[in-house]
Ligand binder design. Structure first.
Ligand SMILES: C[S@@+](CC[C@H](N)C(=O)[O-])C[C@H]1O[C@@H](n2cnc3c(N)ncnc32)[C@H](O)[C@@H]1O
Length: 310
């Protein structure tokens, strides 16, 4: 609860000062939490959501956030994690934004690691994607579902470390190029107007960064390379799989690869199904479900994860 209380105190401080125009940037799970805290106070406030990725029509872009009409708005920097925090501060500094306009909600890495594993139940409720992972894990153990775990689309391992935490005795296959998107996948999305991604997206990572975050490293297997080619030699069945590769082709191939290998009672979570920035995720899930004659549940997380079971 420590992080929540700190955030709440900061929000209350701004409200007491009479601030009532806020832009929450970026608008992820922490942003959603801050919005909830402000709304719960019942104070008349004008709240805008801003993000580098225009994830839906309620979210304004970074450039819009900087426009003169929003000069009077305080920017609530809503980020949980030191790496992204640094990047966003550089982005704001580059635009020479008045520092007094920024209210920074980040907490440092040490505190972060501590809160993640000590406050698991709390975080499960604040971040529905993590809450869903926890529930899936508990169900899998309760029903003795056999099989390993995998995440395809790992980036810096910030979701994978939670999978590794909840499944301490299962192998975790960490599947990524670890060099960002592949041109073949990007071209398909762009020519089908599913997403428009900068080609450099998700390059800033490495296997070392990822492994460094895993609480049960001995269970982790790094699979570097272009999916699905990278998994041709794997011989495994699965209990839990996270697909978070953003683009249509790898997600569709991910479903075609993992679903037949999913054990009865297992789960596949597909991230970004309600993220307008990456429309390929939902389309891949829909197309796959049509092929198989199955359906899915959408979670209440910001980007809407789709969940399949068998
Ligand atoms: C959104 S990031 C993953 C974020 C991560 N799951 C998290 O929650 O922190 C998407 C990742 O998918 C990877 N990716 C996309 N297409 C891929 C492909 N065809 N093969 C391997 N990795 C791919 C990218 O390299 C990138 O690291």
């Amino acid at each position: 609860m420590e992080f929540y209380n700190t955030v709440r105190k900061k929000v209350m401080y701004e409200l007491k000062k009479g601030e009532n125009n806020f832009i929450i940037f970026p608008f992820g799970e922490v942003g959603k939490m801050i919005e909830g805290i402000i709304l719960q106070t019942g104070k008349q406030c004008h709240i805008l959501r801003a993000d580098n990725n225009k994830t839906d029509s309620t979210v304004i872009s970074f450039d819009e956030m900087l426009s003169s009409k929003y000069q009077a708005y305080k920017i609530l920097l809503a980020i949980f994690g030191e790496e992204t925090h640094k990047e966003l501060l550089i982005q704001l500094n580059n635009e020479k934004i008045d520092k007094n306009r920024i209210v920074d909600f980040c907490i440092c890495q040490d505190d972060k690691e501590k809160t993640i594993y000590e406050d698991v139940d709390f975080w499960g409720r604040i971040d529905p994607r993590r809450g869903m992972l926890e529930r899936c894990a508990r169900e899998i153990y309760y029903r003795n579902v056999p099989g390993q775990c995998a995440e395809a689309g790992v980036f810096r391992g910030d979701f994978a470390k939670h999978i590794n935490y909840w499944f301490p005795d299962r192998e975790l296959y960490l599947i990524d190029t670890f060099e960002g998107f592949d041109d073949r996948d990007v071209e398909y999305d762009e020519s089908n107007t599913l997403s428009k991604s900068p080609e450099t997206a998700w390059e800033d990572t490495s296997e070392l960064i990822v492994l460094g975050k895993m609480p049960n490293k001995q269970m982790c297997k790094l699979i570097k390379g272009w999916f699905p080619d990278s998994v041709r030699d794997l011989e495994c069945t699965y209990a839990f799989v996270s697909l978070d590769m953003d683009l249509y082709q790898p997600i569709l191939e991910g479903l075609r690869y993992f679903y037949p290998r999913l054990n009865h009672g297992g789960y596949i979570m597909v991230h970004d199904c309600c993220n307008d920035f990456y429309k390929g995720a939902r389309k891949a899930l829909d197309d796959f479900c049509k092929e198989e004659g199955i359906s899915y549940v959408i979670c209440s997380d910001v980007y809407g994860s789709g969940v399949l079971t068998k």
